[in-house]
Design a protein around this ligand. Structure first.
Ligand SMILES: CC(C)(COP(=O)(O)OP(=O)(O)OC[C@H]1O[C@@H](n2cnc3c(N)ncnc32)[C@H](O)[C@@H]1OP(=O)(O)O)[C@@H](O)C(=O)NCCC(=O)NCCS
Length: 142
């Protein structure tokens, strides 16, 4: 049986410390993303999702920008492949649909393309480098 986790919509105002712990661990330490790229100034205007362990520890997060871009999808290594990312993505997509957006896009790290394809995102254009990591744009129309 999968360990129980929960997902919660949070504002940056309320969730910042916990959201930061996940992104510092996954993007800055694990993936070596430069801090100035990670903290791009958009967080205060984004809608965020936070996943918590049964003990209340932050284990994953993601965000939806006002430009309908889902990003910063991250799950701590020991919690991967347990559907935490799926639960967070479903919550962000429900949020976007509830706001009657025509669709959403992601700048997917190429290794994560299979994850986004499961939600029917499709690739657009060529791969490009961002923070030293190959990416490709993927779009989902509702
Ligand atoms: C990408 C990420 C958020 C996925 O979160 P997750 O909780 O592990 O994903 P899920 O367990 O919900 O996976 C659902 C499905 O997506 C696919 N998937 C997930 N991670 C995958 C990977 N690394 N490679 C290939 N397929 C993957 C699988 O089909 C998986 O189903 P399965 O485990 O039954 O085969 C997580 O791996 C992560 O944080 N990676 C490091 C940060 C990162 O690269 N983020 C993406 C930025 S674009």
């Amino acid at each position: 049986m999968s360990p129980v986790f929960t997902v919660h919509p949070v504002s940056w105002h309320d969730g910042e410390p916990l959201l930061r712990t996940v992104r510092e661990s996954v993007f800055i330490r694990e993936q070596q993303v430069p801090e100035e790229l990670e903290w791009d100034g958009l967080d205060a205007v984004c809608r965020h999702i936070l996943a918590l362990s049964p003990k209340g520890e932050a284990i994953g997060c993601g965000r939806l920008t006002p430009q309908a871009q889902i990003g910063r999808m991250s799950v701590l290594p020991e919690w991967r492949r347990l559907k935490v990312g799926t639960a967070m993505m479903e919550a962000l997509l429900a949020d976007a649909r509830g706001r009657h957006l025509p669709g959403v896009l992601v700048h997917a790290q190429v290794h994560a393309v299979p994850f986004y394809r499961r939600f029917d995102f499709t690739e657009h254009g060529e791969t490009f480098m961002d923070a030293g990591i190959p990416h490709i744009e993927m779009r989902l129309r509702f």
